[in-house]
Design a protein around this ligand. Structure first.
Ligand code: FAD
Length: 324
C-alpha cells in the first residue's frame, strides 16, 4: 500500500526503512520477504531517490542509472524478480568524444585492450599487466597508491590514456586521479568484465516494477514522510519520529545518507567512540555533471552512441544520455 500521509499508517512495525532509494527499496523488499512487517518512509513525493526522472515536453529524461556493470543482473535476480532482471540490456556503443580522441567501444576488456593497442600504440604485455593488476585489487590492499600513480606506472606521460581510463569511472563514482587506486580498480574491473548495461524502458519503469514488488510482498510505503529522529533507548531502536508522528519499531534501516543518519537521525551519542572515529574519516564523494538532450520523434542523430562521454578538460567529465 502506498500512502502519502503519515496519518494513514499503523502505530507499530517490526522495521522502519528510512528512504526509498534503491538501497531502501531493496532492504524493504528483502525484510518483507523474510517475514517482517515493514514500513518504508520517504521524504519526497516520488519514490526512487536519485534513481529518478523528469518530464519535459513529452520526453522522459532519466537522471541516473544510464549504465551499470553486469553485476546488477545477479543483484536483481537475488533481491528482486525475473522480470526486473530480464529487463537489463547491454549498451554496445559507448562513445568518447573530446579534443584528444574520438572512440566507440563496447567497453569490455577485449575491446578496450584492442583500442589501447591499435589506437594508443601500447604493447599487449603492458595492457595485460595493467588489466591484471587492476583486476587483482581488493579492499584490503595497500591504499596509499593513487589512481594517478597507477596510471603513471603503466602509461607514463600519456594524458590521453589517463583520460580514456579515468573519464567513465569519474562519471560512475565521482573519484579522481588523487583518490586511492582501489576506488578506480574495483569499478573499472566490474565494467571490463562484460561491458555496460542499462534498464530497458528507463528508470521510471524500473522503480515502478520495484514498487509493485515491495507492495506485493506486504511493505507499507508512505511518501511525504521525513524521518526526523530514530528513537534509541538503552542501545536499542524503539521507533522513529516522522512528520511529527511517533511510530514504534524494533529496528530501523536508514537509506538517508551516512552523515545525516549518524549525526542527526540517530545522534552521535548512540554510537561508541571507536565507531565514531572511523565514521569521521568517511569522505562523501561528489557526483558528476550531465547534459540532457531530447530528440523529437522521427529525428535522428547520425552514428549516435548509446552513452556518450564528452569533456573539455581532463579533470571535468560529463555524460550525455540519449535514448538507447
Ligand atoms: C546524476 C547521476 C547519475 C548517475 N548515473 C548512474 C549510472 O549511470 N549508473 C549507476 O549505477 N548509478 C548512477 N548514479 C548513482 C545512483 O543513481 C545512486 O547510487 C543510487 O540511486 C543511490 O541509491 P541510494 O538508495 O543509495 O540513495 P538515494 O537514491 O540517495 O536514496 C535516499 C532516499 O532517502 C530519502 N531520505 C533521505 N533522508 C530521509 C529522511 N530523513 N526521511 C525520509 N526519507 C529520507 C531521500 O529522499 C531519497 O529518496 C547516478 C547518480 C546521479 C546523481
Amino acid at each position: 500500500m502506498v500512502y502519502n500521509s503519515i496519518d494513514e499508517v499503523k502505530d507499530s512495525y517490526d522495521v522502519v526503512v528510512i528512504g526509498s532509494g534503491l538501497g531502501g527499496l531493496t532492504s524493504a523488499n528483502r525484510l518483507a520477504r523474510a517475514g517482517h512487517s515493514v514500513l518504508l518512509l520517504e521524504h519526497h513525493h516520488q519514490l526512487g531517490g536519485l534513481a529518478t526522472w523528469f518530464k519535459r515536453q513529452g520526453h522522459i529524461f532519466d537522471i541516473s542509472l544510464h549504465g551499470f556493470p553486469y553485476g546488477m543482473v545477479k543483484t536483481c535476480r537475488k533481491y528482486w524478480n525475473r522480470a526486473i532482471m530480464d529487463s537489463i540490456v547491454q549498451l554496445k556503443n559507448i562513445r568518447f568524444e573530446n579534443p584528444q580522441f574520438s572512440i566507440t567501444t563496447t567497453f569490455d576488456r577485449q575491446d578496450f585492450a584492442n583500442i589501447l593497442h591499435r589506437k594508443f600504440k601500447v604493447e599487449h604485455s603492458v595492457i595485460d599487466d595493467f588489466f591484471n593488476a587492476v583486476a587483482g585489487m581488493n579492499f584490503y590492499d595497500d591504499r596509499t597508491m593513487t589512481t594517478g600513480e597507477l596510471f603513471e606506472q603503466f602509461f607514463p606521460g600519456r594524458s590521453d590514456i589517463h583520460r580514456l581510463l579515468m573519464e567513465p569511472i569519474t562519471y560512475a563514482n565521482g573519484s579522481t586521479l588523487a583518490d586511492p587506486a582501489i576506488t578506480y580498480g574495483i569499478v573499472f574491473s566490474n565494467f571490463m568484465n562484460k561491458g555496460v548495461f542499462t534498464f530497458s524502458g528507463g528508470t521510471d519503469r524500473l522503480i515502478g516494477m520495484m514498487v509493485d514488488e515491495v507492495e506485493k510482498n506486504g511493505v507499507t510505503i508512505c511518501t511525504r514522510a521525513r524521518v526526523e529522529k530514530i528513537i534509541i533507548e538503552q542501545g536499542r531502536v524503539r521507533g522513529v519520529v516522522a512528520a511529527g508522528r511517533t511510530i514504534a519499531a524494533r529496528a530501523a534501516v536508514s537509506n538517508g545518507g551516512i552523515v545525516n543518519t549518524i549525526n542527526k537521525l540517530a545522534g552521535r551519542e548512540a554510537f561508541p567512540a571507536d565507531f565514531l572515529n572511523s565514521f569521521d574519516t568517511v569522505k562523501v564523494n561528489n557526483s558528476s555533471c550531465q547534459v540532457y538532450m531530447g530528440i523529437r520523434a522521427g529525428e535522428t542523430i547520425p552514428d549516435i552512441g548509446d552513452l556518450i562521454f564528452t569533456s573539455k578538460a581532463p579533470e571535468f567529465s560529463s555524460a550525455e544520455m540519449l535514448d538507447p
